[in-house]
Design a protein around this ligand. Structure first.
Ligand code: SF4
Length: 280
């Protein structure tokens, strides 16, 4: 099933005029954002408020997830100055909370863990009070990669499960149990660091499957959760199977809190980094 027509609750306006200052800063500092690469529908709202999610380690991904708009071509060499430029952007934007993520870099021996850690160090040095959230790939299950990231002491480590295990064929190269292990290992390696995950709805999952994912996430110590509507970036990407009504998002938020998450953002426009500063 391929649903093309969006319901009324999914008609948010994207206005490039609201994004000028942020785009200028990003261009000046040669930084990428997932906001732009993933065609996030919240980009006008976030950019106009001075919020962005920085995409480090280039904008080319080594995996082939069929739901994702991030480019799937040969990745560029690591840019060792990038952490300093991210830190400068955070300082100039005076961010109280920043989210940093990357494409999956299976081509790098450490999966990019070292650059994540260097970025945390650079932000801490320039903006000591900024809360730092890293949204990391699975590092192919490498515990040493997680240890390097955790040792840099971000405030939150996020890793998204994205969907229910039955639909993992859309996450090329990923493994549901391995993603759970990433979160479990983060919780065990660094007990002071909160862990967070996210799931998209509208890919063909059932409510029972979603609830089982939420219980699995709590079992591995995950405390923060985002639930949002999947929007297909183009006709070439995995098609939306369902536009989930706002009432179900609200019901899942309530159930997730009952399962034990300490903060849940759930709604059609919620993305992993949407209102990231609200998680407490
Ligand atoms: S929700 Fe996240 S990815 Fe989307 S525009 Fe806002 S900061 Fe960027």
């Amino acid at each position: 099933m391929n649903i093309q027509r969006k319901p009324d609750w999914l008609r948010k306006k994207v206005n490039p005029g609201d994004q000028g200052e942020m785009r200028q800063l990003l261009g000046e500092l040669r930084l990428n954002t997932v906001c732009q690469q993933a065609l996030c529908p919240n980009i006008s709202e976030c950019f106009s408020c001075g919020q962005a999610t920085f995409l480090i380690l280039g904008k080319n991904c080594t995996r082939l997830c069929s739901f994702c708009n991030v480019e799937k071509t040969v990745p560029l060499p690591v840019d060792s100055d990038e952490p300093l430029r991210v830190a400068e952007a955070v300082a100039r934007l005076k961010l109280s909370h920043v989210v940093v993520t990357s494409p999956t870099r299976d081509d790098l021996p450490d999966g990019g863990a070292g650059i994540f850690a260097a970025t945390v160090a650079a932000i801490r040095s320039a903006s000591p009070s900024t809360r730092i959230e890293l949204l990391i790939p699975d590092f192919q299950g490498s515990v040493s990669g997680l240890e390097a990231v955790a040792a840099s002491l971000p405030d939150i480590i996020a890793h998204n499960v994205e969907t229910v295990p039955r639909l993992y064929h859309i996450r090329s190269g990923a493994d549901y149990r391995r993603s759970l292990d990433v979160l479990r290992n983060c919780s065990e390696i660094a007990t002071d660091i909160r862990t967070k995950s996210g799931i998209m709805l509208g890919l063909g999952e059932t409510e029972d499957e979603v609830l089982q994912v939420l219980r699995d996430l709590r079992d591995v110590g995950c405390t923060y959760l985002s639930i949002g509507q999947y929007l297909s970036p183009s006709r070439l990407h995995y098609p939306v199977q369902e536009y989930v009504p706002p009432e179900l998002f609200e019901s899942l938020r309530t159930q997730a809190l009952e399962i034990g998450f300490s903060h849940v953002e759930s709604g059609p426009y919620v993305r992993s980094s949407y209102h990231a500063g609200r998680y407490a």
